[in-house]
Design a protein around this ligand. Structure first.
Ligand code: SF4
Ligand code: SF4
Length: 759
């Protein structure tokens, strides 16, 4: 249907104080395909919204441009049904609150440009039609420990069917080995029981949960809403699930690497896990002679926080030693306990637990660096400690030593195989007939598997997904699944697959339970979103999806390689095969495609190109340069709006276009901007690198990578490199924005105006 547009301009929130709204209303509709253009005193007032609804009805409008406040304000107020596209133009934040000039013409042009960009946007987009299919709302939970069971029960209690897969022949995980747990109730000073059996029983008897014990996942093929899961437990029938929770937990750091701390030197040097097992068996005995120990030394951070061993803190080992010290002191009141630490970390209410242990006259704490740990032949172990608080080196002699070892995620694999090894393994499996070849579909599945293996990320084989980029969750650091730790902690780089508990981050049982509820909720949101054809966060509710005009595809594979979420498989020739339910609608594929054949109904190349073209170029070139800013909607745009709300001002020569992600920036837009007379282009995106903040993981990184092409292009056009800049802006760095803009204007001033201007 042809667009029929109504434009509405708000006079409130200082807009009418800075802009001549009546003149704006007169000017913006002129000569354009606009059915009506009106102003309202207060656009968010009920009467104003009602007026728009009446106009939609009477004038048969199917596009509405609202020039008022940011779309982040009252997001639902200006939604007028699925057949009416609404574009919000931030006259308040981008014009009224962020600019101060006596030059009325500059303010007029600024406001007109933003409204015209809104108009270009609605004229070059369509209401999205969701991609839907018959999908499953069942959830797969991998791991039958407390995290997995809690998540499974939460999801099942909410009315969803759950398949819980556990590799052991019983549920419980590590908690089955624990005798007591850290205090959870005031005054937080005593150990508590954990009622594991009730949890196990409630899971095993739950009508909505099917428990698969002694089972692992052989393959999970497909995409959210339709993952087809096969198990390695003789179950013949695969089943389909909509989302997956990975709760495969952690494993202890390999103590064989801890010879320096005495492991393997003496049998009486054990790990905290071994200590827990002894307690569970009812006996704490010295391994060498089976006698009750009269003294035990706990060595904290055994290998942890040491770049040569386990570089991070597992956050629980200090409290585990406090707990085990209590075991020893309660069992053998005459025994002495020594806790030797670098730092003792017992956060939040656990401080009370620490204080309680400090008050025990048989437990001694000392800070120091562990030197040699030796076995004396007198049946005791000597721990040499230097740099103590007393300033002297000391020796602690004890009947037993317990190493407080850290937690390693099950997604971490030692001696990881290279891609070629993985491929060889797959070929071997095929030859050995482990993968049946008779049914066409299974052959196809294997093809997918082979491709997945070919591009496999280094890591575990727990989920055995059929993604081009690998069979399991991409890991970021230390083997933990990549996750947006700040905003979306359960999120992984596989849409609708959520990591929970010790596999996501080192954590204790209480945190794992909290985590499990969060991931359970996410798994439900995912299956419900997929059923509606809607994106999961961060673009929750977005009904658009990328469409590929494949007749013009050159099989360059850029989109399939750059998609951060593995949403695009490819055929043998390299033509992309989209999996729409894996897609997060970031637009990275659109930014990547040199043929510009990827479009979203409500976000596309032509939309932004037309927005650029809709910006007027003043005749007085030298007095009024023009800068185009592509700003990421996720962090940089809220930062910009925060600066505006604090009335921080920036130069009125700048025009802003929001992008879903800097990764969605197609370099053609920079060419468009320069050929339309812009003097410079600035890109504001999220932080990249190890501590990235990009909501779409690799968007900022890819934008930087594409800048190489832009620089090349600038060279060909004999234009200065300085005309295009990229900046990383965290949401908290709003105060930097005016300076970034003003400095860029100075740079442009020094290189001169765009020589192609006006051509
Ligand atoms: S790059 Fe983004 S928009 Fe494109 S297919 Fe992948 S997730 Fe979807
Ligand atoms: S980037 Fe474009 S041309 Fe290249 S494979 Fe993808 S769709 Fe085809």
């Amino acid at each position: 249907m042809d667009p029929k547009v109504g434009i509405y301009i708000c006079k409130g929130c200082d807009i009418a104080k800075t802009v001549d709204v009546d003149k704006l209303v007169e000017e913006v509709g002129k000569g354009k395909n606009v059915a009506l253009c009106k102003s309202q005193d207060v656009m968010c007032a009920r009467e104003a919204v009602e007026q728009i609804k009446k106009d939609i009805e009477s004038e048969e409008l199917n596009r509405v441009v609202v020039g008022a406040c940011s779309p982040r304000v009252f997001p639902e107020l200006f939604e007028f049904g699925e057949n009416v596209l609404t574009e919000r133009v931030s006259l308040r934040e981008h014009v009224a609150w962020s600019h101060e000039t006596d030059d009325e013409e500059d303010m007029e042009m600024l406001a007109q440009d933003y409204v015209n960009m809104g108009l270009a946007r609605v004229n070059h987009t369509e209401p999205p039609e969701p991609f839907t299919a018959e999908t499953s709302k069942d959830v797969l939970v991998v791991g039958g420990g407390v995290g997995g069971m809690t998540a499974a029960k939460a999801v099942a209690d909410a009315g969803y069917k759950v398949h819980l897969v556990e590799k052991e022949d019983h549920l419980g995980g590590w908690a089955a080995k624990w005798t007591k747990v850290f205090p959870k109730t005031p005054p937080y000073d005593s150990l508590e029981d954990f009622d594991l059996s009730t949890l196990v029983q409630s899971v095993e008897s739950h009508d909505n949960i099917t428990v698969h014990k002694s089972a692992t996942v052989k393959r999970s093929k497909g995409q959210p809403g339709e993952f087809m899961v096969e198990l390695n437990n003789g179950t013949p029938e695969p089943f389909t699930v909509g989302s997956i929770i990975l709760a495969s937990g952690w494993k202890p750091y390999d103590p064989k690497k801890l010879g320096k701390w005495g492991y393997g030197v003496s049998p009486d040097v054990v790990t905290n896990v071994q200590m827990e097992e002894m307690m569970k068996s009812g006996e704490i005995k010295r391994p060498s002679d089976g006698k009750a120990p009269e003294s035990i030394a706990f060595i904290q951070c055994a290998g942890s926080r040491d770049k040569d061993y386990l570089p991070y803190c597992s956050s629980v080992c200090c409290r585990v030693s406090l707990k085990q010290a209590k075991y020893v002191r309660e069992k053998y009141p005459d025994a002495k306990v020594y806790i030797i630490y670098k730092d003792l970390r017992s956060p939040q209410q656990y401080e009370m637990f620490y204080q309680n242990a400090q008050a025990d006259e048989g437990t001694f704490f000392t800070k120091g660096e562990i030197g040699e740990v030796t076995s004396n032949g007198d049946g005791r172990v000597t721990v040499n400690v230097s740099e103590t608080l007393l300033g002297e080196d000391i020796q602690v002699k004890a009947d037993m030593v317990v190493l407080a070892t850290g937690m390693v995620p099950t997604t971490k694999v030692e001696g990881v195989k290279g891609d070629l090894d993985v491929m060889a393994e797959v070929a071997e499996m095929l030859d050995a007939g482990e993968i049946p070849k008779k049914e066409e579909e299974e052959e196809e599945a294997m093809e997918d598997g082979k491709k997945a293996a070919a591009g496999a990320e280094k890591g575990a084989r727990i989920l055995n997904l059929s993604y081009r980029q690998g069979t399991d969750l991409p890991t970021l650091k230390y083997g933990f699944p990549d996750s947006h730790f700040i905003c979306f902690p359960y999120e992984t780089r596989r849409t609708a697959v959520y990591a929970v508990g010790g596999v996501r981050s080192p954590m204790d049982l209480a945190s794992t339970i909290n985590d499990a509820y969060g991931a359970g909720l996410k798994a439900i949101q995912a299956v419900e979103s997929v059923a509606k054809g809607s994106a999961v966060h961060p673009r929750a509710g977005d009904l658009s999806y990328p469409e590929f005009f494949l007749q013009r595809c050159t099989q360059c594979k850029r989109c399939t390689e750059e998609c951060p979420f593995g949403a695009l498989d490819e055929d043998d020739k390299g033509t992309p095969k989209p999996n729409p339910f894996r897609c997060r609608r970031c637009g990275v594929c659109m930014g990547a495609c040199p043929e510009r054949i990827v479009t979203f109904k409500n976000y596309n190349i032509s939309m932004v190109s037309n927005m650029i073209k809709s910006i007027s170029m003043p005749d007085e070139f030298d007095e009024k340069p023009r800068i185009l800013a592509f700003v990421c909607e996720n962090d940089a745009m809220p930062a910009l709006e925060m600066a505006a709300s604090l009335r921080m001002k920036y130069n009125e020569m700048i025009r802003i276009i929001p992008l879903r992600c800097l990764g969605s920036m197609n370099t053609i837009w920079i060419g468009d901007a320069l050929s339309n007379g812009f003097d410079g282009v600035i890109l504001l995106g999220c932080r990249k690198g190890e501590d990235y903040q990009c909501h779409f993981v690799r968007g900022s990184e890819l934008a930087e990578y594409r800048m190489e092409n832009v620089r090349e292009k600038l060279k060909q056009l004999v234009l200065e490199e300085e005309r295009v800049e990229v900046h990383e802006v965290a949401i908290s760095e709003f105060h930097k924005i005016p300076k970034i803009f003003n400095d860029f204007l100075e740079t442009i001033d020094s290189v001169g105006l765009n020589p192609y201007k006006g051509m």
